[in-house]
Design a protein around this ligand. Structure first.
Ligand code: DGL
Length: 281
């Protein structure tokens, strides 16, 4: 039996759209509901506790809205919140983490750079990932403050973004990395610029396509795939500026991923937790 319900995808902002487009490329019949917590971006500078509280509310919104599976399309939020979400929510949840294992398979010299947020690099989940897969490799990590904000603004190739990105690549190149992992879902939007700044011998690894394949496996296992006969629908929600998201979608996503953008607001109720409401954006 085909299941027409959408898959929920959540990120701090536009970064998860780099995963959404991979999901759509692999499974064009799946409807998608995307939540950008752009009123609170960047997550990379927030505490794990704050991120967990946001994710509790945002994923509850998606589940109440009828999604059949969830993709936490954010490395930072996965590290902070996915174990708890898996305990609380009764549906398939796919998270993401820097692609250390795939990097081990392609590096020639064993020196691998990881570009990610401070939150991801400082997490216990990342430490465990290194322990598991990085044996025999030298991993050079680089937090990238400011880069997510540049991508949020759609400034993918401005002189300031070029300068900032160069300042994060230089220390990695000085250590002789031959492979660079994009450990944040915002960074694939910088790939054209990265390819221009890097020697063609340096491999760039992104996890979006692998996450889409993992989602596909989970949907097949659970019998939750959509029918190819029913047209897919895409719907966006943001806690930030709706116009900013609309502009980004028009500029960087294909026609088939255009869809309505609606607003959310999240506030702290006195003596209670965070509360989500629809809002004009
Ligand atoms: N896109 C997110 C990630 O993959 C978070 C970026 C941020 O909000 O700092 O880590």
């Amino acid at each position: 039996m085909a299941d027409p319900r959408p898959v929920g995808v959540v990120d701090s902002g536009v970064g998860g759209l780099s995963v959404l487009r991979e999901i759509h490329a692999l499974m064009p019949s799946e409807s998608l509901t995307y939540v950008a917590d752009a009123g609170f971006v960047p997550y990379g500078d927030r505490s794990a506790e704050e991120i967990r509280a946001r994710l509790d509310v945002l994923t509850r919104f998606l589940v109440d809205g009828g999604v059949k599976a969830l993709v936490v399309a954010c490395n930072t939020a996965t590290a902070a919140a996915v174990p708890r979400l898996r305990e609380r929510l009764p549906l398939p949840i796919v998270g993401m983490e820097p692609a250390v294992k795939p990097a081990a398979a392609v590096t020639q010299n064993g020196v691998v750079g990881v570009l990610a947020t401070q939150g991801t690099l400082a997490s216990g989940r990342f430490a465990a990932l290194l322990q598991r897969y990085a044996e025999g490799m030298r991993i050079v990590t680089q937090p990238c403050p400011g880069l997510v904000t540049a991508v949020e603004r759609g400034e993918l190739d401005t002189p300031a973004t070029v300068r900032l990105l160069r300042s994060y690549l230089d220390p990695l190149l000085a250590q002789g990395v031959d492979t660079i992992i994009l450990g944040c879902t915002h960074y694939p939007f910088l790939r054209p610029l990265l390819e221009r700044l890097l020697d063609p011998g340096v491999r760039i690894i992104d996890t979006g396509a692998a996450v889409a394949r993992q989602l596909q496996r989970r949907l097949v296992e659970a019998g939750l795939q959509a029918s190819a006969e029913v047209p897919a629908r895409v719907h966006y929600w943001t806690s930030g500026d709706g116009e900013v998201l609309r502009r980004f979608l028009r500029q960087y996503l294909p026609e088939t991923l255009q869809g309505p953008v609606e607003g959310l607001s999240m506030g702290q109720e006195q003596g209670a937790g965070l509360r989500l409401a629809r809002a004009e954006r």
